[in-house]
Design a protein around this ligand. Sequence first.
Ligand SMILES: C[S@@+](CC[C@H](N)C(=O)[O-])C[C@H]1O[C@@H](n2cnc3c(N)ncnc32)[C@H](O)[C@@H]1O
Length: 216
Amino acid sequence: MSPKASLDAAHSAIRAFWEEEGARYDQKDAHGIFSEAERQLWTGSLGAIPPASRVLDIATGTGFVALLLAELGHQVTGYDASQAMLAHARAKAAERAMAITFVEGVTERLPFPDASFDAVTARHFIWTLVEPDKAFAEWRRVLTPGGTLVADCSLNTQVAAHHYSDDVAAALPFSGVGDPAPIVDALRAAGFADVDVHIVDDDGQRRRAVLCARAG
Ligand SMILES: C[S@@+](CC[C@H](N)C(=O)[O-])C[C@H]1O[C@@H](n2cnc3c(N)ncnc32)[C@H](O)[C@@H]1O
């Protein structure tokens, strides 16, 4: 298979996985959707975003971070490739009467103008990026200069094996990293500065890096 064909195959397999996962995502403990500790961790990390910001929550999934951002008073757009995941996010926002805009699409091509957000967030996502350089460049493009990025990345080297086939897992540059250094380098190469890394080691199983950076 050509490199382009194997990238396309990985993208398709990942999309199909999350369409199916939409039905059960919130029931899985590992996602920490209902954990108070997880809520506190993210409320603290999102404190780096100035009040009343325009925030793009990339790979919003079922909306954990998008809802938290709206509660904190931000103007939120949740973005995701999966209709099934977005359906849950939309239902949760409607239940809580929260005015969040949800948009379907892939992070490698964002349908937003340059410098249209003050902050970008991405929880539980960097590990599953097929083309992180493209994604990070897009995140930088839609941010205002000086805008804030808050994201995390699993440092569990088995995370992809828990979700995808071996072929797909092998196509993910940041799925097997036990150390955040290559992610930090890629963010800097995409134009992010002041990259701050905080290691969270909940119970050894969910070790991850929480990254906060500024669009340079
Ligand atoms: C592990 S879930 C994280 C969801 C959410 N951020 C959270 O914290 O619960 C990963 C999400 O990434 C989305 N996704 C995967 N590849 C994507 C891509 N290339 N562009 C946009 N979303 C993508 C999936 O549809 C899924 O909702």
